[in-house]
Design a protein around this ligand. Sequence first.
Ligand code: G4P
Length: 541
Amino acid sequence: MTDAAVSTAATSADIAAAVEQRRNFAIISHPDAGKTTLTEKLLLYGGAIQEAGAVKAKRAQRSATSDWMELEQQRGISITSTVLQFAYGGYTINLLDTPGHQDFSEDTYRTLAAADNAVMLEDAAKGLEPQTLKLFEVCRMRSLPIFTFFNKMDRPAREPLELLDEIEQRLGLQTYAVNWPIGMGDRFKGVFDRRHQQIHLFERSIHGKKAAKNTVLDIGDPRIEDLLDQDLYYQFKEELEVIEEVGPELDLDAVHAGQQTPVFFGSAMTNFGVQLFLDAFLDYALKPSAHSSTLGEISPTNEDFSGFVFKLQANMDPKHRDRIAFVRVCSGKFEKDMVVSHARSGKSVRLSHPQKLFGQGRESLEEAYPGDVIGLNNPGVFAIGDTIYQGKRLEYDGIPCFSPEIFAYLKNPNPSKYKQFQKGVSELREEGAVQIMFSADESKRDPILAAVGQLQLEVVQYRLQNEYNVETRIEPLPYAVARWVDGGWEALEKVGRLFNTVTVKDSWDRPVLLFRNEWNCQQIQSDHPELKLSAIAPVVS
Ligand code: G4P
């Protein structure tokens, strides 16, 4: 055997071992359900931070290093997504963080394209909320495994059985309770872990700053009845009997296919049930698996490195006016300074100065494996959805654009700023900060900003001013729904004149119909059943 062959064999075993111990996930939730709090507690167990509060503190420091993130600071919201990597229980865990504000959910949609698992976090007093429902639909499209965590059990909550029923009825997702709460609100005492048939009774710590102390008892332990109030104990036993009798068995194949969700109850703030959740999650979650491409399914253990860009972020550090491309590693091993092919342009690119991103901090990165995310400096080379690879040419399935809900003309009142305006608009579009459309009427040249939320428009204006020195004006348009036309212009011409809609073009010159409301959209669908409309843009390859 030659030296080269020996080293390749070692690398391949290396990759397989790295994949085995990697788990990657994103949290989907409605604002205020406790995502920041849960993230902090997970990092606390992972040893990535010593004391809860560090993530928020990091967030507060951000505006010191970034100009446009001042807006985050002013509004007290988190716009940007970052990737948090930490080690726990022999695993390397990548938490793909997503923006907290729903106006930036497009960013979350894209991040979900890089995730292998999703944790659906719900406030146990509220159950399913609108933003969670929207994000769930994106997970469903990708058949992502979904883990449910009902948070805030230390406050008055809805009945656990009712919460499970809601998921089954509204999402059509089978539930399997991995743990079961004992009491709620002031009387939330702990949870029963069905995996080990043990009761965990928690002691409250101040705001859950450190890992919670807990007492673990086997289900048959005679002390249980003394430690728990009688009524709580009997209620818990009754509910447990119900889920054991009528509930399904845990079926990991169904979990991995996104058909069954393992369910957990706890309180992120007081640290009840967080570690139990993390332990079970790591056992049940899907490890980095194959991704579909123009060459068919690409296994993560394929020796050739490959990955795709799922997010771009400009000017994270204004001193350098840099642009970072976030790449999800899909196969092989990434090494610093490696030369890869860029599928869209056909060019070779050296991946120097790769970065590992932790919140706003950055570390230089030497190597990465499937399931990891790397940050690459992006001097205008990468766009969202781009594939990079070594070996045989391949392209991963692109990342779809989702239906925007707010539309407005973007006007540049100062003709001398024409060039900066064009450059800014085009770069922000490439970065995915906003979708850009144009009127089908050639006499109207102003770009139409198409966004998911109002704040997204404000960020575009703010950045054009701060980064490109262009002051702009927004002129709102009265539309709320966009649909792409299957079959493009040809299909549209065939149906003839349409009422109560306008036609615009997206950045790839494809027709998009805008409607004032869902009702108008449905009306056209029923009047023209031959017209196939889609809320998700066809992928550009
Ligand atoms: P988000 O990122 O999903 O938007 O939510 P975040 O973690 O910021 O939590 C929203 C609010 O809910 C916070 O309160 C947080 O402390 C509280 N919270 C999170 N988890 C729990 C829990 O398990 N139990 C209870 N009772 N509350 C919880 P806040 O008043 O907005 O902020 P703070 O002053 O407490 O930090």
